[in-house]
Write a protein that binds this ligand. Structure first.
Ligand code: FAD
Ligand code: 5PR
Length: 379
């Protein structure tokens, strides 16, 4: 690995706050291009939070770029079709014209990135909470320690302290609906006849709005996204209200019984964050810190990973980090902004229930190839 990355011959140093998908991706990509990288995670260990996740061509290409693709493909699943049901009747079966996509557990993806972060030699600090950043290139930790670097990355999620310490202008709002996300055993034999290897987005609007996004992750694990309006006390109850879910989805009973056992279940509302800018001096915000979005297009992590990977490309040969970051935002932000807007619109109108909603505009982010820096599907 090259150990000089600047024209002065000195190895450049990055301090990254946050060990989620965005922070891990940025850390590996920078380290691969010769930077000294330290990653701060406030939790006691690097661990994924949450249930399942979809990655599309854009995110899968990032994994290729950071050397984690093979690892992620083993133990994850591409369903034969992405089906949508309304009141138990199929309204669409999508295959995206061959566009690659993949479903997996969050821990599967996170573990692969963590293995790679260790392999490339990122300096990892757990129990290390960032509390502030300074555009001059300083990161302050909760302990009071102040670290200087050429580049500071705030990848500390939707509640970002790095962001809020600097004071970006921002809009934040929550949607009407929220979701309980769980991993349960597949129980394929017990489910009886059906195409249970598919993704099936099962919508019901009467007698209540209740939806299950059924997403097999591999032979053993099933990701259930159980959506209900925040105003519905029974649909949003955790641990789940078995009766109300089985009544609507009787054919999923074996899986729902397992879901009801999970005491740690949470109901999360969808949050959106929009900032006037993602950078200030030597500080860049990536991932949910910069652009938390509704999950309708399943692109929050995908865009986060693309943007994190792209920073490393844009600072690689830059004489000025500040200018490179401005250029980076200009280059990558429009796709994320459009994706965030469509996701918010789909969530607000429950548009996915109509089926066939993965239009070319909706798949724009997914079609992007961060390695070649072009939209590249079909190839
Ligand atoms: P996070 O995952 O929040 O990671 C932030 C990390 O920083 C955490 O490890 C946290 O502990 C740490 N941290 C926080 N504060 C500090 C601090 N001050 N100092 C140090 N460390 C700190 N995206 C997809 O691409 N596909 C999907 O299918 C998908 N489904 C979704 C479903 C739902 C219901 C929701 C709500 C989101 C979904 N997303 C999906 C979006 C995706 O989860 C996020 O966009 C993604 O996880 C953001 O990653 P991140 O690294 O920016 O933030
Ligand atoms: N797609 C995915 C997802 O996890 C959610 C949604 C769409 C992959 C939420 O769980 O529309 O809310 C959605």
């Amino acid at each position: 690995m090259a150990n000089t990355t600047s024209t002065s011959g000195r190895t450049r140093r990055a301090e990254i706050a946050g060990g989620g998908f965005a922070g891990l991706t940025a850390a590996i990509a920078l380290r691969q291009s010769g930077w000294d990288v330290r990653l701060h995670e406030k939790s006691p260990e690097l661990r994924a939070f949450g249930a399942g996740i979809y990655l599309w061509h854009n995110g899968l290409r990032v994994l290729e770029g950071v050397g984690a693709l093979e690892d992620v493909l083993t133990g994850s699943h591409t369903p034969p079709t992405y089906q949508t049901w309304m009141h138990n009747k199929s309204v669409s079966r999508e295959t995206f014209n061959g566009l690659p996509w993949r479903v997996m557990t969050r821990s599967h993806l996170h573990d692969a990135l963590v293995r790679r972060v260790r392999e490339v030699g990122v300096d990892i600090r757990v129990n290390s909470e960032a509390v502030a950043a300074d555009p001059q290139g300083r990161l302050t930790l909760q302990t009071g320690e102040v670290l200087e670097a050429d580049l500071i990355i705030g990848a500390d999620g939707v509640g970002s302290k790095v962001r809020d310490s600097i004071g970006f202008k921002q809009e934040r709002w929550s949607a009407t609906d929220g979701i309980i996300r769980l991993i349960v055993p597949r129980k394929k034999e017990e489910l009886g006849d059906g195409e249970w290897d598919n993704t099936i987005d099962m919508w019901n609007t009467s007698p209540r709005v209740q939806r299950i996004l059924y997403s097999p992750c591999n032979d053993k694990e099933l990701y259930l996204g159980m959506m209900a309006p925040a105003a519905d006390p029974r649909g949003s109850r955790v641990p789940i209200d078995l009766e109300v879910w089985v009544e609507m989805f009787p054919f999923l009973e074996p899986c729902l019984v397992e879901a009801a056992k999970l005491q740690s279940a949470r109901y999360d509302k969808y949050e959106t964050t929009k900032l006037d800018s993602w950078t200030r001096g030597k500080v860049a915000l990536v991932g949910d810190a910069a652009h938390a979005m509704c999950p309708a297009l399943a692109q929050g992590a995908g865009c986060s990973m693309v943007n994190a990977f792209s920073i490393a490309q844009d600072v690689a040969s830059a004489a000025s980090i500040e200018e490179a970051l401005v250029g980076w935002e200009k280059r990558v932000r429009p796709i994320t902004d459009r994706c965030q807007a469509i996701s918010a619109d789909y969530a607000a109108h429950r548009s996915l229930s109509k089926g066939n909603m993965f239009t070319p505009a909706a798949l724009e982010a997914a079609c992007y190839d961060p390695l070649r820096q072009v939209s590249s599907w079909p190839q």
